[in-house]
Design a protein around this ligand. Structure first.
Ligand code: NA7
Length: 539
């Protein structure tokens, strides 16, 4: 029987205790709001809690990929490496939860199954998988963008007698591949990061690649103490300056020239320098037009393809690893450590399934359309997520008049600023679709959204307004603007999870806002200055 969890005095229900949900607990408490967060996992961390696959590492440098709300935290925390790995980042997020005493407002091991808006009271009622119901005036969905792992619908998938794992649901105790024949399906970031590490243990590793992706060397290294000291001294300016940049990361001088304005020799020297430095932002920021002009992009794409050809000894494998179906950067640009080199090991084999799909998973392994069989002990699904909308759609969310978010978004997500959905009053999102979230330093965007929503709640309550809702017109205009911006770039040319293209049947809409954090924040500021333009508030 359903039980009612005490909701007395509760102001905000927060769904998720990843970086967005955690910051919301901290911030909203400061605003005098009573909050409670619900988290599916048994600890904090979100993405960094679930994605424990070997080699999992952030593609933003550790000194940047962190909360910015506490100057003391900035100074105290020591990152051991240039790029934080999953374990280090999780440790950091756990530390933040402890240091700011956030856990006492989190209910772990609890999945929110439904959320329903009551028109009469202007309150949200959520139910949990434990049969509890909780109500509060506001509901904040901090459910993450890459939090709904998806295994492909391959014939026979359940008949496999060996072990299977999904990179996004990795066992906490780790997996020992020693002596085993391992198959990895998928070569996005998760596949590319894990393949070199799995290869170190496995007796035989077979990689099933449908789409070759661009990957750059991370050039990860132990933290340089001089660089760390300098960065920490510069934190105040860097944090403040982040807001004026496209990705919310300061310190990269904006490019000034088109790739087509300079000679081939100069261009290649620039790309080489960036390749040696490591990092995707620096590479894509080499010229002004790499993400807007196909001819400009071709020069960078070809540079990386030539790198692949020079690293991978077997030329057939090298060609198969060269991405040819999308411009570099239009799918998430991957950072790796020894990915291409791994294919020079005799026990590692690439199977190109682009035109020779996996026909079946059998008791013993994988069969491809050409009739070949690959006997395996383990299959690793590095097949990605129902990105950006999956987690929200898993919850049975019903807004005004009982309208469901699944219906509202059936032709693709519609939001105002990626923060609210028209018809769903008092429900907010942290880095929802049509926000710059996944195209930015994610923690920055989580904080910016939480702050924006918190300030709006405070503004409304100060005016005795209990109901906040995005207007339909504002939503239509924002979706249109989002599409116009995306269509002025090369992004829509790729079959990416940004486009929903990795999930069969998902509408093909470009979901993140790619107009840059600086423009997005300017728009938010303008909205605030105009008395929360586009948001309707009522008593
Ligand atoms: P991604 O980037 O979505 O990659 C998933 C990979 O799995 C990709 O190579 C897919 O090929 C492949 N895939 C998916 N379904 C299939 C089937 N049915 N058969 C063969 N191959 C398949 O997910 P990741 O977890 O690697 O990374 C997600 C983000 O996390 C990443 O971008 C970073 O931001 C962090 P496809 O390209 O669809 O042909």
């Amino acid at each position: 029987m359903a039980t009612s969890n005490s909701s007395e005095g509760l102001d905000v229900i927060i769904v998720g205790a990843g970086v967005g949900g955690l910051y919301a607990i901290h911030k909203y408490r400061q605003l005098g709001l009573k909050v409670r967060a619900f988290e599916k996992g048994d600890d904090v961390g979100g993405t960094w809690y679930w994605n424990r696959y070997p080699g999992c590492r952030c593609d933003v440098e550790s000194l940047e990929y962190s909360f910015s709300f506490s100057p003391e935290l900035d100074q105290e925390w020591k990152w051991p490496e240039r790029y934080g790995n999953q374990g280090e980042i999780l440790k950091y997020v756990q530390h933040v939860a402890d240091r700011f005493d956030l856990r006492k407002d989190i209910q772990f091991n609890t999945t929110i199954t439904s959320a329903t808006f009551d028109e009469k009271t202007s309150r949200w009622t959520v139910t949990t998988d434990k049969g509890e119901t909780i109500t509060a005036p506001y509901c904040l969905m901090a459910t993450g963008n890459l939090s709904t792992p998806r295994k492909p619908d391959i014939k026979g998938i359940d008949s496999f007698k060996g072990k299977t794992y999904h990179t996004g649901l990795w066992p906490h105790q780790g997996v020992d591949f020693t002596g085993l024949r391992v198959g990895v399906i998928g070569t996005g970031s998760s596949g590319v990061q894990s393949i070199p590490i799995i290869a170190k243990q496995a007796r035989q590793l077979t990689v099933f690649q449908r789409t070759a992706n661009f990957s750059l060397p991370a050039q990860n290294s132990p933290m340089d103490p001089v660089k760390e000291a300098k960065h920490k001294a510069e934190y105040p300016e860097r944090r403040a300056g982040a807001v004026n940049t496209p990705f919310a990361i300061a310190g990269y001088p904006p490019p000034t020239k088109s790739a087509l304005e300079v000679s081939e020799a100069e261009r290649n020297a620039t790309y080489e320098k960036k390749w040696q430095e490591g990092g995707s932002i620096s590479f894509l920021y080499a010229y002004t037009d790499l993400l807007t002009n196909k001819a400009a992009n071709d020069t960078a794409s070809e540079f990386v393809r030539n790198k692949i050809r020079s690293i991978v000894k077997d030329q057939e494998t090298a060609e198969a690893l060269c991405p040819i179906d999308h411009p570099i950067g239009t799918k998430r640009l991957i950072l790796d450590t020894n990915y291409y080199e791994t294919y020079n090991q005799p026990h590692v084999k690439l199977v190109n399934i682009r035109n020779n799909a996996i026909a079946e998973i059998t008791e013993w392994g994988i069969k491809t359309a050409d009739g070949k069989s690959y006997e395996l002990d383990v299959i690793v699904f590095a097949t990605g997520f129902d990105a950006m909308t999956g987690a929200m759609k898993e919850i049975d969310i019903k807004g005004s008049g009982g309208v469901s978010i699944r219906d509202k978004w059936k032709d693709g997500p519609q939001t105002y600023l990626g923060v609210m959905v028209a018809g769903f009053p008092n429900m907010f999102m942290v880095t929802g679709p049509q926000s710059p979230g996944v195209k930015s330093q994610m923690i920055f965007s989580c904080q910016q959204h939480v702050d924006f929503v918190g300030d709006m709640i405070k503004y409304a309550r100060g005016r005795q307004m209990r109901r906040i809702e995005a207007s339909r017109m504002a939503e239509i205009n924002w979706v249109q603007h989002n599409n116009e911006v995306a269509n002025s770039t090369l992004y829509p040319l790729a079959n990416s999870w940004y486009m929903g293209a990795n999930i069969p049947g998902k509408p093909r809409i470009f979901m993140p806002y790619v107009g840059g954090v600086q423009n997005y924040v300017a728009k938010c500021n303008e909205v605030v200055q105009k008395g929360y333009e586009g948001f309707e508030m009522s008593a």
